[in-house]
Design a binder for this molecule. Structure first.
Ligand code: LUZ
Ligand code: MOS
Length: 751
C-alpha cells in the first residue's frame, strides 16, 4: 500500500499551515532577535518600528502574563530575552502587524543598546571554562581503569563530528486563533502538540484545557520540531491572547536557519585497548557535546549517546562520560538519531585508528568484536535476537565481500589519480524513548453509523507515513477497506497528554493503541453478530466487510452490523492507552532495560575519489537491514533510503559554520550544501533481514525512522580508505564532515 498522501502531495493539494484559508482579520508576526551571541541588553528602541503604518503592537517579556519560560527539561530558556543575550537569533520581541512584509520591515528599524561579552562557540572552550547545561553522566561496565594493563595495545584519539541543519521543506510556523472565553486554538507544524499546549499554558498562566493544539501534517520534522516548534506557537498564542485576533507566523528559510538549533557537534576523546588477538578489552570515551545556550533536549540526547557508545560491539570494560557544554549558539536539539550517531561514529573512529596502527584490517577487528546473543550492553540490558552475524553472513553471501575488496584493490593498482575506498559498518539502535515515562500513547476510534471509521492518535504525520501505517493497523483488525477509514488530525482535545512523535517509536506506540481500541470495538460488534446468527461469538469472523459464521459467509455486511449495533444502543467509540511493557531504567545506577528492542544492520559503502580535485562519488551502497517483519515494504525502504542520504550528507558535505562571534555563516542554501541528486549513491541495494522475533514492534514491523540514518557513517570511512590508498602519509584525523576540501588536504598531507 502506498502512502495515503502521495496523490495530494504530488498534486499540491495537501494542506500545510501556510495553505490554510486565512480567517478575516488575521494578523502576522515577526521575531526580533539578538544580534550578538553574548552580552547584556541595556535597552531596545522600538520607536521607529512601532510607528510604521500597519504595525499594531510589539510584545516583549513584559507582556507575558504567566512565566517567561519554555524550557521542557530544564527551566533555562526564556521565551523572550530579559537582561541577558545568549545567542545570535535569541528571540527578544515579537512584532505584530497587518502583513508579513510590514513586520519584516519594522524589524530592520529596531535598535539595541548592549554590552558585548565574550562568546563561547566550541564545546572544548565551554568545557575548559566549566560551563555546563547539566551535570556529566557516566555509563560503566567492568573496570576500564584496571583493564588497560591487560591490553596488548592501547590507542588514544579524538573524533569530531559536526552539526546538521534539519532543512525540513516546511519551515517553522504556527497560527493561533482566539476562541470564546479566553480559549485559544493553535494550528502548528510540530512533532509535539502537547509541548506547545503545555508551554503556552505556562506562558499565558492559564490551564491546559483552555488551549487546543491541532496538527494536520508537517512538511518534515527530523527532530527539529520536537521541541523547537514550541517558541513560535507560544509567541503567536501570546499575541492572539492579547489582541483577540488570529495571528499567524511562518519563518522564512533564512530566519529558520539562523534562529533554530541543529544537530549537536561533538568532540570525543577516546581510548581503546585490544588484546593480542584484536579483541577489544576496554573502551573509554569522553564526549564534549556542544549544547548551545539552553538545555532544550540536550540532557536526553547525551543519554542516547551513552546508550550507543559501543554501537554493535561487545566490550567488557567500558567507561563513557558525556559533558553537555553550554555555548553561545542557538540551543542544539533533536535530530534523527538523537546523539546516537555521534556515539557510534566515535567508537568506529577508535576501531579505524587501531586498525591503522596495528596494520590489521578493520573488518578483522569488527568481526571478532561483534555483539552476540546475550551479551550485555554497558547499561545492563541483554542483547536479544541479535542480527549482526546474520547480517554479515547475508551480505557476504549476497555480495562476496572479499571479492568487492579485491576489485577495489585491483582498480587502485591500475589507477593513479583515481582511488576507490570501501567500508563496512554495522549498526545497533535501541528503540524506545530513553526516558521510560514517555513510552505510552493513546488512540480514539469512532465507527460512524454508516460503517466509516475515524481514528485519532497522538501520532504526527511528518512525511514518514505514520498515518498510512495507522490505517493499515485498523483496516487489518476490522478487515475493512482502507477507504472506509479516515486518519484525523493530531489534536490535543481528542487525544491528550501525548508524547512527541519521535524516537522512531510513533508507529509502535500509537499503532498498539489503535490495535487495542479496534480490538475492543471488534469484540463488541462480534457480540452483536452472535445474536444475529444465534451462535457463539468464538465462531464469528469479520472478513472483507462481511460476517462469517463457522467460516461460512452469513450475508451480513459490516455496514449492517454497525447499524444494528447502533440501534441496540451499543457504543461505537473506544479510547485506548498503550504503555510499552518490560522497559525500565534506574538513573542512579545507570542500569536497566530501557529499550523495547534493538534494530540491527550492516552497510557496505564504496566511494570513488578524484585525487586531483578532492571530489568524490558514493559509487555503491549495499545494506542488510533488520525490518523485523515489515508491514509496508515500500514505505520502510523509503525510510532507509532517505535516512541513508541524510546520514551521508551529515558525514560528507553538510558543514555548519559559525564565526568566532557566533554568527551563522552557512545560513542559506547557497552556503550550506545538502545532498542533491548528483551526490546520491550511483547504486543502492537494500536487502531485508526478515524475522518475526520482536513482539513489541507494531505487527512485528520494527521501527525504521532513525536506525538507518547511521548507514551514512560508512561513507566517511570509505572516503578515508580512498585517501589512504593514494597517500600512505595520510594521518587519518577523524573530523567529520569529510568535505572535498578536507579530502584534498588529506590527499596531499605530508608527515
Ligand atoms: N526524543 C526523545 C527522541 O525525547 N527521547 C528519545 O529517546 C529520543 N530518541 C530518539 C529521537 N528522539
Ligand atoms: Mo526525533 S530526533 O524528534 O525522533
Amino acid at each position: 500500500m502506498k502512502n495515503i498522501d502521495s496523490t495530494s502531495h504530488l498534486s499540491g493539494k495537501s494542506i500545510f499551515i501556510d495553505d490554510m484559508p486565512e480567517i478575516q482579520g488575521t494578523l502576522f508576526a515577526s521575531v526580533v532577535t539578538s544580534p550578538i551571541a553574548h552580552g547584556k541588553l541595556l535597552s531596545i528602541d522600538f520607536s521607529e518600528a512601532e510607528t510604521l503604518p500597519g504595525i499594531l503592537r510589539i510584545f516583549t517579556y513584559r507582556d507575558i502574563p504567566g512565566e517567561n519560560q519554555i524550557g521542557g527539561i530544564i527551566p533555562d530558556e526564556p521565551l523572550f530575552a530579559e537582561e541577558e543575550l545568549h545567542f545570535v537569533g535569541q528571540p527578544v520581541a515579537l512584532i505584530v502587524g497587518k502583513s508579513d512584509f510590514i513586520c519584516q520591515q519594522a524589524k530592520q528599524l529596531v535598535t539595541f543598546d548592549m554590552d558585548i561579552l565574550h562568546p563561547v562557540t566550541t564545546a572544548t572552550e565551554a568545557f575548559e571554562r566549566n560551563q555546563f547545561i547539566s551535570p556529566p553522566r557516566t555509563f560503566k561496565m567492568g573496570d576500564a581503569e584496571s583493564a588497560w594493563k591487560d591490553c596488548a595495545h592501547v590507542f588514544e584519539g579524538t573524533a569530531e563530528s559536526g552539526g546538521q541543519e534539519h532543512l525540513y521543506l516546511e519551515t517553522q510556523g504556527a497560527y493561533a486563533i482566539p476562541m470564546e472565553k479566553g480559549k485559544l486554538k493553535i494550528y502548528a507544524s510540530t512533532q509535539g502538540p502537547t509541548a506547545i499546549q503545555k508551554q503556552t499554558a505556562r506562558v499565558l498562566g492559564i490551564p491546559m484545557n483552555q488551549i487546543e493544539v491541532d496538527v494536520n501534517r508537517l512538511g518534515g520534522g527530523f527532530g527539529g520540531k520536537e521541541d523547537q516548534a514550541t517558541p513560535w506557537a507560544v509567541m503567536v498564542a501570546l499575541a492572539a491572547h492579547h489582541l483577540k485576533k488570529p495571528v499567524k507566523m511562518i519563518l522564512s528559510r533564512h530566519d529558520d536557519m539562523y534562529m533554530t538549533g541543529k544537530r549537536h557537534p561533538y568532540t570525543t576523546h577516546f581510548k581503546i585497548g585490544l588484546s593480542k588477538e584484536n579483541k577489544i578489552l576496554a573502551y573509554e570515551a569522553n564526549y564534549l557535546q556542544n549544547a548551545g545556550a539552553a538545555a532544550d533536549l540536550s540532557p536526553a540526547i547525551t543519554e542516547r549517546t551513552l546508550f550507543h557508545c559501543t554501537n554493535s560491539y561487545f566490550i567488557p570494560n567500558v567507561k563513557a562520560t558525556v559533558h553537555s557544554c553550554k555555548t553561545n549558539l542557538p540551543p542544539n536539539t533533536a535530530f534523527r538519531g538523537f546523539g546516537a550517531p555521534q556515539g557510534m561514529f566515535a567508537i568506529e573512529c577508535a576501531i579505524h585508528l587501531a586498525s591503522k596502527e596495528l596494520n590489521v584490517s578493520v573488518e578483522e577487528i569488527q568481526k571478532i568484536n561483534l555483539l552476540k546473543e546475550g551479551d550485555v550492553f554497558p547499561y545492563g540490558q541483554k542483547a536479544q535476537n541479535v542480527m549482526l552475524d546474520n547480517s554479515w553472513h547475508l551480505a557476504d553471501k549476497q555480495w562476496n565481500i572479499a571479492k568487492l575488496q579485491e576489485d577495489i584493490n585491483q582498480y587502485n593498482a591500475q589507477h593513479s589519480l583515481k582511488k576507490k575506498g570501501f567500508s563496512i559498518f554495522p549498526i545497533t539502535f535501541g528503540v524506545s524513548f530513553t526516558n521510560t515515562v514517555m513510552n505510552h500513547a493513546r488512540a480514539l476510534v469512532h465507527i460512524y453509523q454508516d460503517g466509516s471509521v475515524g481514528i485519532s492518535t497522538g501520532a504526527v504525520e511528518m512525511g514518514q507515513s505514520v498515518n498510512t501505517k495507522m490505517m493499515q493497523v485498523a483496516a487489518g483488525v476490522f478487515s475493512i477497506d482502507m477507504h472506509k477509514i479516515n486518519i484525523e488530525s493530531t489534536n490535543t482535545t481528542r487525544v491528550a497528554n501525548t508524547s512527541p512523535s519521535a524516537a522512531s517509536s510513533t508507529a509502535d506506540l500509537n499503532g498498539k493503541a489503535v490495535q487495542m481500541a479496534c480490538n475492543a470495538l471488534l469484540s463488541r460488534l462480534k457480540k452483536v453478530a452472535a445474536k444475529l446468527v444465534s451462535g457463539n461469538e468464538e465462531a464469528l469472523d469479520i472478513k472483507n466487510e462481511e460476517v462469517f459464521f463457522n467460516k461460512k459467509p452469513t450475508g451480513i455486511t459490516w455496514k449492517e452490523l454497525v447499524k444494528t449495533a447502533f440501534l441496540q444502543r451499543i457504543s461505537l467509540s473506544e479510547s485506548s492507552h498503550y504503555a510499552t511493557p518490560e522497559i525500565h531504567f534506574d538513573k542512579s545506577a545507570e542500569k536497566g532495560h530501557p529499550f523495547a528492542y534493538h534494530v540491527y544492520g550492516l552497510v557496505l559503502t564504496t566511494v570513488l575519489t578524484d585525487c586531483l580535485r578532492g571530489t568524490y562519488e558514493i559509487e555503491d551502497v549495499k545494506i542488510v537491514h533488520d525490518f523485523g517483519k515489515s508491514m509496508n515494504q515500500e514505505i520502510d525502504l523509503g525510510q532507509v533510503e532517505g535516512a541513508l542520504m541524510q546520514g551521508i550528507g551529515w558525514m560528507t558535505m553538510e558543514e555548519i559554520a559559525y564565526d568566532k562571534n557566533g554568527i551563522l555563516l552557512s545560513n542559506a542554501l547557497s552556503t550550506y550544501k545538502v545532498p542533491d541528486l548528483y551526490s546520491a549513491p550511483k547504486s543502492v541495494e537494500i536487502i531485508p533481514l526478515e524475522n518475526e522475533s520482536d513482539n513489541l514492534a507494531i505487527l512485528k514491523s520494527k521501527a525504521v525512522g532513525e536506525p538507518p540514518f547511521n548507514y551514512g557513517i560508512g561513507a566517511y570511512f570509505a572516503i578515508q580508505q580512498a585517501i589512504k590508498a593514494f597517500n600512505p602519509d595520510y594521518s587519518m584525523a577523524f573530523n567529520a564532515p569529510m568535505t572535498p576540501e578536507k579530502v584534498l588536504m588529506g590527499l596531499y598531507e605530508q608527515t
